[in-house]
Design a protein around this ligand. Sequence first.
Ligand SMILES: *Cc1c(COP(=O)(O)O)cnc(C)c1O
Length: 373
Amino acid sequence: MNFIPVHEPLLDGREKELLIECIETGWISSEGTAVKQFELRMADLTRRRFALAVSNGSTALDIAVKSLGLAKGSEVILPSFTIISCAAAIVRAGLVPVVVDCDPVTWNITADHVRQAITPKTGAIMAVHIYGLPVEMREMEALAREYGLKIVEDAAEAIGLECAGKPCGSFGDVSAFSFYANKLVTTGEGGMILTDDESIAERCSSLRNLCHMPGKRFHHEELGVNGRMGNLQAAVGCAQLERLEEFAQRRREIGAAYNDLFKDVAGVTLPCPATGYADNIYWVYGLVLDDEVPMDAEQMMAALREKGIGTRPFFWPVHEQPVFQKMGLFKNVSYPVSERLARRGLYIPSSLSLGKTELERVADSVKQILAEA
Ligand SMILES: *Cc1c(COP(=O)(O)O)cnc(C)c1O
């Protein structure tokens, strides 16, 4: 039986055509016109004034956090249940990551979680949309206004998703996207920074390109990075964006199909399909094993692999990362929802190309493993 990978990109639109154009014209670096076009389309999609294409989502976060110019040692509140890139960006900017737990149903942070972690040193909130359902951003923005805090929105998993009728990527002071191969819109590797603030945009633009001094190339008052996106990536991005609606719809169909296939299955908790402010776009389809199931996510993943099905574990909490423990961060704290999700959560295949039979095979395999456990 053939292996069903957890994710495969769909590249059968105009990707090839636009790539050939880059090669035939010789425009392959970040100076090419596809980069500009991709930026304009992302700005349009998120209704932002400025969009800056970068080399990947982690770099987008690094630059976005630095661009806020927060005082050294300021605290930034973020979920523990997220990718390392979020906390790493905060640490690399000379700031202090302060993590909070998340909601057991939506797997996202709420304004209540954040409020309890605010101190006089808090400078910003990093709101991360998790697995296809957004943070309630209206509440987060109201909280930020109340305390005079900045917001960095990590919308890497939320392209095409709306929160209360507004596109993800349009919230807060600065937003970040990733176009890694498993994201809904991909350039292989790539990222984007979005903002409405001209001075943040200028800072990001400088940080992205080695901080050359304005009008004085090869002179530097500050250290930036080479975080530029190449024209080949941007060309793929333009072709992918043309199909965003179709991709989003297909993901939602896959989510609905799994919801149906798993609806009477005891032992697994499914993703929250909708909240009062958003409908899940099912960037990934997560399963959380109930406590009475006598196996953890790792064991379920191994059993599925034996049946030819690819999976990925959920995030491992930021506060449990050895790298931060070694720095003396997050000592003797516990965030039980994040810890439980990490140990009992996994996600199953949801490539856009998967058909009904493959989804059924995935669901049947999970059911069989649960029945035999
Ligand atoms: C994928 C992802 C990133 C990192 O993006 P890369 O392009 O892989 O560096 C950051 N944050 C979240 C929430 C992500 O899912």
